[in-house]
Design a protein around this ligand. Structure first.
Ligand SMILES: NC(=O)C1=CN([C@@H]2O[C@H](COP(=O)(O)OP(=O)(O)OC[C@H]3O[C@@H](n4cnc5c(N)ncnc54)[C@H](O)[C@@H]3O)[C@@H](O)[C@H]2O)C=CC1
Ligand SMILES: O=C(O)C(=O)COP(=O)(O)O
Length: 527
């Protein structure tokens, strides 16, 4: 049974799903050293934001197949290191959208009405109505930095509260922003004109300290800023100073550059114009069930050898095309493996052509599957959907993808052409019915064979007696033929012979076959 380590608190709904297929160990609060020590035992790791999945942990995880982040941000995972090691990283892109957006609104309102301080004051036995005069958000301008899933949900809610909306997001269109009732502007204008600014962008090298002292200095002295996205996007020291010096009116912060927030953080000493919560954006009962189920299902699927729906480091397959593409991924992998064995030596060019109906589908997963098959001879189980593209690139394989929807020999077919040190070979295949894979041409000779474990391919002169001679050669080596087919373009021209064998070909048989008059080439293939 595979083993899953859950190293942050996860809702029981996720643990129950994992327990159906794996031994689940919940062990939270581990140090980096402890994780490095125990990770070699595990096939999967499930985390939230508490665990820093460093390069050292990933490199020690020799059995790891998947890291599942029960939430959105994967900035606590060294994703490039995971990719290099062939470990799929998945998240739950939508499970906590509502929770995070509602937390940002809660923060905006509690900051505007001094709710945390007023609450503390009443609980301390006081009744200070004049101390806590607030401001309304109605008709104020809200600047949303990052108009993705959380930013969009928040836009709708803020609109309903009568706020005017500005948005800064270089990756969305003006039309999309307008649909959401936002005016798309540059960051500087947003900072200058907004009464409230709320951040909903990922932490990346580009967004680190995006909101620094200079950017904060553009804000109005009456404006307030909310960060329920990621610590480090705002420069915390600069923020503390801006509030203390009255350059801005306040801030509400849920996430910090270092979590847990250090005891001596300048943010702790700003006073009543700052509201701080301990990374609670996703902490609702509903969101925790959503993300736990979403990610546990993906870990379960990957452990069962199925694709994950929200992988961040492999080409995702659109949910509506997943069923349709599955047999073609298997076909692409088989054809990649076949063409690499026909090519024999190093391949430095691969053309992947999607034909017929397949040409109208997502091509990237199919190309990756073909590369996985192509590299499987050299890299065996070390190559997978995660690292196939990187491995191909590092080997200098030029990959070209083409489409031809007009080829209609089969509903959908796939044609691979590989050029290498020993020449060029082509193979074509199709999916019959729901999932039956067929090889439909080899080096442009038409055939119609099912791939099998042990195969022999020959290129020969189409002439009487040659098939019998190959049959007796195999017989003399005690190899049983399960099926045989010849493909030719013209009578007595060149032809290919494809044999499916019950037994592996013994050493030395190829040399004997190549001695048969009329045989030009012969290849053993194991699929
Ligand atoms: N406090 C909490 O507990 C939670 C925090 N989060 C944080 O919120 C972030 C956003 O989440 P979603 O809305 O689900 O992600 P999303 O991917 O749907 O949206 C992010 C948006 O940011 C934009 N963006 C990226 N780089 C940008 C840049 N340099 N400048 C401006 N815009 C940029 C993207 O175009 C995208 O529209 C997550 O990355 C995560 O870090 C998410 C959930 C809970
Ligand atoms: O989903 C995210 O990006 C979050 O920040 C939520 O973090 P958490 O799972 O609550 O530690």
């Amino acid at each position: 049974m595979p083993k899953v380590l859950v190293s942050d608190p996860i809702d029981q709904a996720g643990i129950d799903i994992l327990s159906q297929v794996a031994q689940v160990d919940v062990n939270t609060g581990l140090s980096a050293e402890q994780l490095v020590k125990i990770i070699p035992d595990y096939d999967a790791l499930m985390i939230r934001s508490g665990t820093q999945v460093t390069k050292e942990i990933i490199e020690a995880g020799n059995s790891l197949k998947i890291i599942g982040r029960a939430g959105v941000g994967v900035d606590n995972v060294d994703v490039p290191a995971a990719t290099r090691k062939g470990i799929v990283v998945v998240n739950s892109p939508e499970g906590n959208t509502i929770a995070a957006a509602e937390h940002a609104i809660a923060m905006m309102l509690s900051m505007s009405r001094h709710i945390p301080e007023a609450n503390a004051s009443v609980k301390a036995g006081k009744w200070e109505r004049n101390r806590f005069i607030g401001v309304e958000v109605y008709k104020k301008t809200l600047g949303i930095v990052g108009l993705g899933k959380i930013g969009s949900h928040l836009a709708a809610a803020a609109k309903a509260m009568g706020m005017k909306l500005l948005a800064y997001d270089p990756f969305i269109s003006t039309e999309r922003a307008e649909q959401l009732g936002c005016r798309l502007v540059e960051l500087e204008l947003l900072m200058r004109e907004s009464d409230y600014i709320t951040l909903h962008i990922p932490k990346t090298p580009e967004t680190l300290h995006l909101i620094n002292a200079e950017v904060l200095s553009k804000m109005k002295p009456t404006a307030r800023i909310i960060n329920c996205a990621r610590g480090g996007i705002i420069d915390e020291a600069a923020l503390a100073e801006a509030i203390k010096e009255g350059k801005i009116a306040g801030a509400a912060i849920d996430v910090y550059e270092h979590e847990p927030l250090e005891a001596d953080s300048p943010l702790r000493n700003v006073g009543q114009n700052i509201v701080l919560t301990p990374h609670l954006g996703a902490s609702t009962a509903e969101a925790q069930v959503n993300v736990a189920i979403d990610v546990a299902e993906q870990i379960r699927d990957v452990l069962l050898g199925l694709p994950a729906r929200s992988a961040v480091n492999i080409p995702g397959i659109f949910p509506d095309s997943i069923e349709k593409l599955k047999p073609y991924l298997q076909l692409a992998e088989t054809l990649g493996n076949l063409v690499s064995q026909l090519a024999g030596g190093r391949v430095d060019y691969l053309n992947v052509q999607l034909q017929g109906e397949l040409a109208n589908n997502q091509s990237q997963p199919v190309v990756v599957a073909a590369l996985k098959g192509l590299l499987s001879q050299a890299l065996r189980e070390r190559v997978n959907y995660v690292n196939a593209s990187i491995e191909a690139k590092e080997r200098g394989i030029r990959v070209v993808e083409t489409r031809d929807a007009s080829i209609r020999d089969y509903t959908g077919s796939l044609h691979l052409s590989a050029k290498g040190t020993l020449g060029e070979h082509t193979v074509t295949g199709a999916v019959l019915g729901e999932s039956e894979i067929r090889i439909t041409s080899v080096d442009d000779f038409p055939v119609n064979v099912s791939p099998t474990h042990h195969m022999l391919f020959t290129l020969h002169r189409d002439m009487p007696g040659i098939i019998g001679k190959i049959g007796s050669q195999l017989g003399s080596f005690n190899v049983n033929i399960a099926s045989m087919q010849v493909g030719r373009k013209i009578v007595r021209g060149d032809a290919v012979m494809v044999l499916s064998l019950d037994d592996p070909l013994p050493e030395g048989i190829l040399a004997e076959i190549l001695k048969v008059p009329g045989i030009r080439d012969a290849y053993t293939v194991n699929l």
